[in-house]
Ligand binder design. Structure first.
Ligand SMILES: Nc1ncnc2c1ncn2[C@@H]1O[C@H](COP(=O)(O)OP(=O)(O)OP(=O)(O)O)[C@@H](O)[C@H]1O
Length: 309
């Protein structure tokens, strides 16, 4: 559904994108992750027909993105930029009706569509509120409502969660999950991997205009797995359990942390099952066994070099 072929963008001497090859299938939710200045916005703007590549090609639903197909491509996409404009003296309903008119949606259909997108984004109760009075989270949801008016197949979202508080982030994530369930193909950018890990079925990591990785989050973990970290607790005799675990082959370190043991395991040497089996065999009552999720962040750090242009 979205394809880039050797997509390259130079700004003077600066190579913002270098031969980017992406393949995003219909119905995918693709997390585009990279630090500031990595080239995410540049890619998204090219896909949204707002920027010309220096060379290479982008395609949406098989259509080459460029001046010839711009109208057709725009009818297929909904683009949410990483900023929200200023709309003085405009209420939510006027804002959406204005954009619906721009998409040639008129009459009763327009009223219905505006009603539907407000319902989907949980903003119906704000229909008469001034756009500028909405919180940042509501404004971001309104931006999503705006790009849903013409029912596009593809959504391009540039850091929709940036600047949102935790509650607004969760609301945004739930909205995007719903849109994914509805079958939209979604490309969403962020500089935080964990934010997208449970939302997206595929992630791409970009740094300095180059793609460092594409695949599922499981593949990402697999590719970069060096050390696994487990948090383990037993009902009693914690100190003895600690000594037992320390002596196990494949355990690189074990230490007591508050009410549990933090265990670092060497890759491919041992795993949670062997740890649980050993403890149970020795008569311990296991009360906690959890693998540290932050491993995804570790994977991210290993794949990228921390370079920012
Ligand atoms: N109009 C421009 N003129 C010159 N350089 C630009 C222009 N737009 C972007 N750049 C540079 O291109 C590189 C990629 O920028 P881009 O905005 O695509 O990154 P990004 O991954 O979206 O970053 P952020 O997370 O900060 O939005 C950066 O080094 C940026 O400074």
């Amino acid at each position: 559904m979205i394809q880039t072929i050797n997509l390259t963008k130079r700004y003077g001497d600066l190579m913002a994108l270098a031969n980017l090859n992406l393949e995003i299938e219909e119905g995918d939710c693709f997390g585009f992750i990279g630090p500031n200045g990595a080239g995410k916005t540049t890619t998204i703007k090219i896909l949204a027909t707002l920027l010309k590549p220096t060379w290479g090609e982008a395609r949406i639903a098989g259509l080459s993105v460029g001046p010839v197909n711009a109208r057709q491509v725009r009818s297929l996409i909904g683009y949410v930029p990483d900023y929200f404009g200023s709309y003085d003296d405009m209420v939510v309903q006027e804002y959406l009706e204005f954009f619906a008119a721009a998409y040639d949606i008129h009459g009763d259909k327009r009223k219905q569509v505006v009603h539907d997108v407000l319902d989907l984004t949980d903003l119906s109760y704000k229909i008469d509120a001034e756009v500028n009075s909405l919180s940042r989270g509501m404004q971001q949801r309104l931006s999503v409502a705006r790009v849903l008016l013409h029912d596009p197949k593809v959504l391009l979202l540039d850091e929709p969660a940036s600047g949102l508080d935790p509650r607004a982030r969760i609301e945004m994530r739930e909205l995007l999950k719903e849109l994914h369930r509805m079958g939209k193909t979604i490309l969403i950018s962020s500089h935080i991997l964990l934010e997208l890990a449970d939302l997206c079925n595929k992630v791409g990591i970009i740094e300095q205009g180059q793609l460092r990785f594409v695949g599922t989050t499981d593949e990402l973990l697999e590719r970069t797995r060096g050390e696994r970290v487990l948090h383990v607790a037993v009902a009693d005799r914690m100190q003895a359990a600690l000594e037992l675990l320390k002596a196990m082959p494949g355990v690189s370190s074990a230490e007591l942390q508050n009410s549990h043991i933090r265990l670092a395991l060497e890759a491919d040497q041992t795993g949670p099952a062997a740890i649980a089996q050993q403890l149970v065999q020795q008569g311990y009552a296991l009360t906690r066994l959890e693998e540290e999720k932050a491993n995804l962040e570790t994977a991210f750090m290993r794949l990228t070099k921390g370079l920012v242009q």
